[in-house]
Design a protein around this ligand. Structure first.
Ligand SMILES: Cc1ncc(COP(=O)(O)O)c(C=O)c1O
Length: 354
């Protein structure tokens, strides 16, 4: 608090990202990044990039990247918007579409940035409860609202809705914008991109931070009807005209074009997740059915916060949320084969001891 702060700034409770420790080498299974490096084509493009281009501003509309994404998702370029990480794209969406006269809806257990955007942009919200198996109850969303945002798969549960369920959500909500946040869709859920031509109120948001192994370059994108995309451009061009550097744009295009590498790493992460799930179950964890690159698990005897601390002491970071309903769960990002083995060994040592 400071006397120069606005009332709005004083009232904010900013988002707390997962720890990014700089002091010690941890096995990092706490922020759902990819354990694998980006495509070798990305490295090549970055190494051969003409650095004299950095003296100039980049293309404000990142047209080459937009075109590559439109081709990849069988859309037109005017149906795609790119931004500096999907967090920024989401922030623009909240400003562009969510009405301040009616509450927007998102699940009580969901991505914890959504309430932060609501307080930043002064948007009222309601959070329908997940059921006792942590699933979204679609009936709760068949009611008047100022907009809907749902991650699919949901975070931190990892549970996905099926395409038919997303379709019925859209059918029940023709008068407000429905945003499907598909940060983790490539690990086992169906993308709603294929419904875009049918529903002019649907916006699908994806990221390069997970399945494309490019969290550091901060690129996210939205796909939807061209009038929704135009709204996002209006917000962007009232905020920051050049959100994506020319170097990052080149890297992202190389990643989109390497479909084979994308499929390989995505598959490996899914395989590691299935293996990790089985290992956790044999150690007495209950694991929710995950379609993401993380699992959400609760031990039948040991408390999650204690497990989190013990793992941290053993050099392994996982995510613990001290929040009602989920304060006995751990969210564990799926690592590479060696990291998953290290986690399993550490957990075996802890669980056998007690
Ligand atoms: C559900 C969800 N949406 C969006 C994001 C933001 O991703 P980024 O800003 O790295 O694109 C995250 C990050 O963890 C997430 O979990």
């Amino acid at each position: 608090m400071n006397r120069y702060w606005s009332n709005l700034v004083s009232s904010l409770q900013p988002y707390t990202p997962g720890e990014q420790p700089q002091d010690q080498q941890y096995i990092k299974l706490n922020t759902n990044e990819s354990p694998y490096p980006p495509s070798p084509r990305v490295t090549e493009v970055m190494q051969t990039f003409d650095y004299s281009r950095l003296a100039r501003y980049p293309d404000p509309e990142s047209r080459d990247l937009v075109k590559a994404l439109a081709d990849r998702h069988q859309l037109q370029p005017d149906q795609v918007f790119v931004g500096n990480g999907s967090d920024e794209v989401l922030a623009h969406c909240f400003q562009a579409f969510f009405k301040q006269t009616m509450s927007i809806l998102f699940p009580d257990i969901s991505y914890s940035f959504y309430p932060v955007y609501c307080s930043l942009f002064q948007i009222e919200y309601r959070q329908p409860e997940l059921d006792d198996q942590f699933r979204i109850r679609l009936d709760d969303y068949a009611t008047d609202n100022g907009g809907i945002i749902i991650p699919n798969p949901n975070a931190p549960t990892g549970i996905a809705l099926e395409l038919g369920q997303i379709r019925s959500l859209l059918e029940n909500n023709r008068d407000s914008v429905v945003i499907i946040d598909e940060a983790y869709v490539d690990f086992g859920a169906q993308s709603a991109c294929q419904l875009i031509d049918e529903f002019d109120n649907l916006l699908v948001v994806q990221t390069f931070s997970k399945s494309r192994s490019l969290a550091a370059i901060r690129i996210g994108f939205a796909c939807g009807n061209r009038l929704l995309i135009e709204a996002l451009q209006r917000v962007k061009n009232s905020f920051n005209s050049y959100p994506i550097s020319s170097l990052n744009q080149a890297a992202a295009i190389a990643a989109v074009e390497d479909e084979e590498y994308f499929q390989q790493t995505r598959r490996r992460i899914i395989d590691n997740r299935e293996q990790l799930t089985r290992e956790l179950q044999t150690m007495d964890f209950e694991v929710l059915p995950s379609s993401a690159n993380f699992v959400f698990a609760e031990h039948r005897r040991l408390h999650a916060e204690d497990l989190y601390q013990r793992l941290k002491s053993a050099g392994i970071l996982v995510r613990y949320f001290n929040k009602q309903r989920i304060n006995n769960h751990l969210r564990i990002s799926v690592g590479d084969e060696t990291e998953c083995q290290a986690l399993t060994r550490a957990l075996q040592a802890i669980t056998n001891e007690r």
